[in-house]
Write a protein that binds this ligand. Structure first.
Ligand SMILES: Nc1nc2c(c(=O)[nH]1)N[C@H]1C(S)=C(S)[C@@H](COP(=O)(O)O)O[C@H]1N2
Ligand SMILES: [Mo]
Length: 204
């Protein structure tokens, strides 16, 4: 009996510490059920807003702003992405840092982050000026970071997309645009739903 109790306790503690919940999953609905007036509260990361399951619509951004150290700041929509070079991807798993597969996308369409950055054109003064980092930020302030080296000088850069379509339909609850880094070991961390900006910064 005692052993069973210990095993169950360890399981529950591991589950709650893992920090991985699906948007449609347990934690979100429990939070909104507990206090529906508190649509937005602190989450397990102090920077990132906690979004209740019923509030995803408020976080969808229809525009993607590309700004910072670029020659041509851009404001992109799904329509502008459709006019760029579009790739089709299949069977993409969203895997949390804990190892849990939280979502599977059968088919998706998107544009390479590299293409978008080339269109905005990084402000480079000479060929040694390449210590840039790129932040992909969402409306709930969740973010993922990339370096110039991995985007422009590594196979990883050929696998980072801004997605705008899922299974033949516009992406709905998770935003109108989602950033996805296909070749990451765990794809969850740099999967950014409700994507709203791409910010180019330079290390000085
Ligand atoms: N905007 C935003 N994107 C996010 C998160 C978040 O809290 N906000 N959580 C991340 C985590 S921890 C994981 S595991 C995956 C979950 O993907 P899902 O949206 O398919 O559930 O999204 C990532 N993208
Ligand atoms: Mo996660």
């Amino acid at each position: 009996m005692k052993t069973n109790f210990t095993i169950v306790s360890i399981f529950l503690i591991t589950f709650f510490l893992s920090g991985c919940t699906n948007t449609s999953g347990n934690k979100q609905s429990k939070e909104s059920a507990a206090d529906s007036s508190k649509a937005v509260s602190a989450s397990d990361h102090p920077d990132v807003l906690s979004v209740g399951a019923g509030d995803t619509a408020k976080f969808i951004s229809k525009q993607l702003v590309v700004k910072g150290d670029v020659e041509h700041p851009l404001t992109l929509t799904v329509d502008s992405l459709k006019n760029m070079k579009v790739s089709v991807m299949h069977d993409m798993n969203v895997v949390c840092q804990s190892g849990a597969t939280v979502n599977t996308i059968n088919q998706s369409k998107g544009v390479l982050l590299k293409e978008i950055l080339n269109k905005a054109k990084l402000k480079q003064s000479n060929h040694k000026d390449r210590n840039f980092y790129v932040v992909a930020r969402a409306t709930d302030n969740y973010k993922a970071t990339f370096s110039w080296g991995e985007i422009f000088n590594n196979p990883a850069g050929d696998n980072v997309y801004v997605l705008f379509e899922e299974n033949g339909k516009p992406i709905s609850q998770r935003g109108s645009m989602v950033l996805f880094s296909l070749s990451d070991t765990k794809t969850g961390p740099r999967h950014v739903r409700w994507l709203s900006s791409i910010e180019v910064n330079k290390v000085n």
